[in-house]
Design a protein around this ligand. Sequence first.
Ligand code: RTP
Ligand code: MG
Length: 138
Amino acid sequence: MSNRTFTMIKPDATRKGDTGAILNHIVKAGFTVKAMKWTKLTAEQAGLFYEIHKERPFYGELVEFMSSGPIVAAILEKENAVADFRKLIGATNPAQAEEGTIRKLYAASVGENAVHGSDSDENAAIEGDFFFSKLERF
Ligand code: RTP
Ligand code: MG
């Protein structure tokens, strides 16, 4: 099992000024930052990142939203990183997210849900490689 996952703080959260609070929450939960960048995706880049969801009805909306403002991308390290991070962020729909999770605290809707977390070790590696070169990670 890999000990790394990949996250993005999404445009709704950076727009609201929640970036610092969310990063603090993540670090306090025991995750170490191995790479990080503040950037803005073009629609084309967001479309590529979420290509796996291409056939889903929300794909167009998702691509538009994810390219609507700055994001913070990061590679995180912790034992059992992928599963523990998914637990920390909570359910996709913040209305169904457990108390104390990042989405419960900072997200407004299923479409604008504050953070991304990789869903498998394989995708964590693919998503980390999408944003970071070897020179940009520790
Ligand atoms: P993420 O990939 O962002 O960590 O979220 P997730 O695994 O919890 O959810 P996923 O099924 O991978 O969906 C990716 C993102 O698409 C948006 N979405 N919108 N309008 C809708 O019904 C809907 N469903 C999903 C969300 O922003 C979700 O995080
Ligand atoms: Mg997902």
